[in-house]
Write a protein of this length. Sequence first.
Lengths: 290, 295, 232
Amino acid sequence: MTVSKLPEISARRRRTDKFMRGTLVAAFVLALIPLVLVIYYLIYKGIGTWSKSFFTTDPNGNFFGYPGGARSAILGSIEIVGLASLISIPIGIGVALYLVEYGKQTAFANFVRYLTDVMTGVPSIVFGLFIYIVLVEAKVGGSGFTAWKGSIAVALLMLPVVARSAEVVLLLVPGSLREAALALGAPRWRVVWRIVLPTARSGLVTGSLLAIARGMGETAPLLFTTAGVFGLTFNLNAQMNAMPLQIYNDILSPRTEVNNRAWGIALVLVTLILILNLLARAVSRRSRVA
Amino acid sequence: MTPDETTKTTSEASDRQPTDGPASGSTRPLAQVPDVSVRPARGGGGHAVKVRGLNAYYGDLHSIKGVDLDCPANEVTALIGPSGSGKSTVVRCINRMHEEIPGARAEGSVTLDELDVYGPGVDVTSVRRLIGMVFQKPNPFPTMSIFDNVAAGLRLTGTKSDDLRELVHRSLRGVGLWDEVKDRLNEPGIGLSGGQQQRLCIARTVAVEPEVILMDEPASALDPVSTLKVEELIDELKERYTIVIVTHNMQQAARIADSTVFMLDGEVIEVGPTNDIFTNPKDERTERYVSGKFG
Amino acid sequence: MQETRHHFRESLKELEQLTLGGLDLVIQQLDRALESVAYQDVELAGMVVADDDRIDGRYLEVHQAILSMLAREAPVAGDLRIVAALLHVIRCVERMGDQCVNIAKLVPLSGYEAPKDKDILDFIERMGQLARSQVSQAKHAFATRNTALAQDLVRQDAEINRLNREIFKRAVEVGDDLDVREWAMFMILVARCLERVGDNSVDIAEQTVFVVTGLFREFADAPTRPAKAEAT
C-alpha cells in the first residue's frame, strides 16, 4: 500500500504562525527596551565618572571644588551587607533545614512557611521602620543610627529570600541519600551536616549570592537605620555610608558633578550585582546534584 | 513360578513408603533423601532475627497484621509476595527505618539474638549499626569519592577505626569491587556503573561490620549480569552475616534463599525451606503465586 | 570473584556424577548376575536382588535433585538439555538394574544342577560381555560428550541382537532332555534381559547426542547388516 503525499500546511496555518511569531518577537523587544535603555544610560552617564580618585577618595560634601569619590559608599555597602549576610544566611539556611528535615508538614512548619512567604513581599521600608522604632529610637547599644542596625534591617530583608531558596534546594536532595545515611546508623544531625548540606551546597551558595545581590541594592532600610555619613569608617557601631544612600543624596544635589557621581555609583552597584549573579551561575554549573 | 511375577517394574520401587518423609498431600510421596542443592547450615557464631506479633501502621492504615518470622543465623531468608503485600514494610521494621516515615509506627517484638530492637531506651542508631540495609536503587553519596563512600558509615556513626584504609580496602575486596576500582579510589562514587554502585553500597554497609544485612530488592534496578554478580556476592556474604532479602523476582529467591517466606496482604501465608516452597508448597495461595497464576 | 552461578554449576556437575555413578552400580550388578548364571550361584543371585535397593535409592536421589534444580535454578539451553537427559538416563539406570534383578531371579529357577548346554552358555557369556561394555561405553560417551562413541553403540547392539537370535535358535534345537529344555527356556529369558540392557545403553547414547546437538534422533533399530557410524 503506498502512502500518498502528506497534506501540506494550509496557508491559514502559515499566516497564523507568522503572526504569532511576530507578536512574540515584538513583546520580547518591548520588554527588552527599558532594560537596554537602563544599561545604556548607566554606562553612558556613569563610566565617565570612574577614575582612580573615584575609588580612592570619600565624598566630602563640599559645595565647591572636587566633590570627592565614592570609596566610603562602596566599602560601607560591603561592610553593612557583609554583616547582614553573616546574620541572615545561617539563620535562613537554618529555617530551611528545620522546614525540610524536622518540621516537614506539621502545622507549625506550614505556619512558618506561610510567614516566610509573606515576608518576601513586605516592602523594604517597613523593615527599616521596624528597626528604627525598635533599635534606633530606643537608642539600643548606646547610639541612634548605626551601621549594625542597618545590617539587621537588611538581614531581615534577605532572610526570607535565603530561607525560601534554601528550602527548594534542600528538597531537591534525594530522600534516598538521607535513608542510606540513616540506615547506616547515623544520628539525624550528622545526616544533615555531612550528607544533606554538602549535597545541596552549590544550590545554597547560589541562593545566598542572589540574596546578597538583593540586599546590596536596597535603600529604604538603610535610611532610617544607618543614615549615611560621608566619611569612611570601619566602626560598625557608628553611622556608615552606603551606595544607595549616597546615590540618594547625590541625585538631590544641585551640582552636576555630584549628580554624575550618582550615576557612577549606580553603575558600580549594578556591576557588583552582575558579578554576583555570574558567580552564582558559575557555582551552580560546576556542581550539580546527581 | 511364572516369569511375570518375577519381573520387577519401576512402579514397585517408587511405591516404597518413606520412613520419615514429610506429611504432604501430594500424590506420590518421595523418600526423604538428602537434597543435594541445599548446603548445611553453619553452626555457632551467627546472629538470628526473630519477629513476633509485628503490627505496622501508616497513619490509620494497618498494613502489617501480626507477622511472625524467623531469620536463622548465617542464612538467606527471602520474602516474596505480590506488590503491596508488606514485605518491604516488615523488613524496614526490623531496622526501625519504618518509623522515619511521618505518621508511621510499629508494634510488636523484633529481637536480634537477645536484644529487643524495640525495647525501651534502645538507641535507634545503634540498632541500625548492627542491622544494615541495602536499598533498591543504588544510592552512593554523590559528593564523596569511592573511598569516602565506603568509609562514610564509619564517619557518620563516629566510629573510630584504627586503620581506616585497611578496612575500606577489605570491604571493597569483600564485595568483589577491588580490582575494578583500586586505581580510582578518589573518583566520585557516582561515576560507576549501576551494578558497581550497588556493590559499592554493599561495601559501605559491610564496612560498619553489622550482624545482619537487610536487602530491599537489591537487584531490581540492575541488568541481568550485575544481578547475578550481586547474587554471587550474597551467597558469599551469608558466611559472615545473616541476610534477609525482599524480592519480587521469584527466580531470584529460588536461586539464593535458604528459606522463603510468602506474604500476602500484610500476613505471612507460608514459610519453609526454599526447596519445598518451590517444589511442593503447602498452601494453595503459595502454589498459585509461585507458579505465576496471580501477582 | 568466580564466574556467576557458581553454586549452580557445582550442583549440576555433582548431579551428573551422581547419575553416571549409577551406571557403575549397574555394571557391578551385571557382573554379579552373569556370574551367578554361569555358576548357578543362588546366594550371589540373592545378593544382586537385595542390592537393587541401592540403584532404586540412587534413582530417587537423582530424581529429587533434578526437581529441585528445575524449580530453583531454571536452567536453560545446554544446561536444560543436560538436566532433561539426566532424568532420562537415571530411568535407564533403574531399568537396567531391574533387568539385572530379573536375571538374578531366574537363577534359582533354572535348577541346582550344572548348566546344560555349552553353546548357549557361551552365547550368554558373550552377550554379557557385550552388554557390560555397552554400559561402560555409554557412560564414557555421555561423560565426555562424544557423539561418535555414542553412535558406535548401535553397532554393538546389532551384535547383541544377533546373539539373542542365535540363543533362541539353539534353544529350539537343544534336544529332548526335559531339564535341558527347561534350562534353555530360562536362558532365553536371560538373553532377553541382556538385550534390554543393551537397548537402554543405546537410549543413553541417544541422550548424549541430544545433549550435544539439541536434536533427538532415534538411532535406527539395529538392522541385520551392521549400522554405519556417521560423523554428525
